[in-house]
Design a protein around this ligand. Structure first.
Ligand code: 5GP
Length: 193
């Protein structure tokens, strides 16, 4: 019998990559469902997908390919964490959109809603540009996040408090290319803790 070869054998050996939270298959299945839901909800009015860099870039590429509508895509970048696993409490716009949002149906594509600080900032900024509608699609949300008051319509998975990495999510720019989502296990001497 042949054993399955790990897709990323080098990365798999890294002790900072802890328990697997979501496998590649679980992510793929749920993202296909979200794509179908968006396809149905936006029939006849293809949305502009706004990807929040950098964490949402992997989610965006998979999600967009499961939407059967002529969507458009633009990118916005904010920063609130710097190179640590703790929020700085200040959101900074790092890169703005190129597209005019006036009259557009916009779906903001986020990696994870934690305290909601980033989302509140982005919502305020984007709503001021007079889109026809603005909805949020987050791959992950903390169990503690108040999704109703934050106006998050689409969520892939809710996760507990552990800091997670992979599938676009980083620590100090690393681990974004992990195919699955795992708990981050800080190691001695780690500058990111
Ligand atoms: P919030 O502003 O909602 O507190 O935080 C949202 C942002 O913080 C996310 O877009 C993400 O960049 C970062 N973040 C929050 N929790 C995690 C986590 O568990 N892992 C990683 N890699 N980033 C996180």
């Amino acid at each position: 019998m042949t054993e399955a070869t790990p897709a990323q054998p080098e990365l798999d050996r890294d002790p900072a990559i802890g328990r697997v939270v979501l496998t590649e298959e679980q992510l793929a299945r749920r993202i296909a469902e979200l794509g179908e839901q968006l396809t149905a909800d936006y029939a006849g009015r293809p949305p502009l997908l706004v990807c929040v860099l950098r964490g949402a870039y992997v989610f965006l590429t998979d999600l967009a390919r499961h939407i059967d509508l002529p969507v458009e895509i633009d990118f916005i970048a904010v920063s609130s964490y710097g190179a640590t696993t703790r929020t700085s409490g200040v959101v900074r716009l790092v890169k703005d959109l190129d597209v005019d949002l006036t009259g557009r149906d916009v779906v903001l594509v986020e990696d994870i809603v934690d305290t909601g600080l980033t989302l509140r900032y982005l919502r305020r900024s984007l709503e001021a540009r007079n889109p026809a509608s603005l909805e949020v699609c987050a791959l992950l949300a903390r169990e503690s996040a108040d999704l109703e008051s934050l106006g998050v319509r689409y969520v892939g998975f809710t996760v507990p408090g552990d800091f997670v990495i992979g599938y676009g999510l980083d620590v100090a720019e690393r681990y974004r290319n992990l195919r699955y989502l795992a708990v981050y296990e800080p190691q001695d001497g780690d500058p990111a803790i």
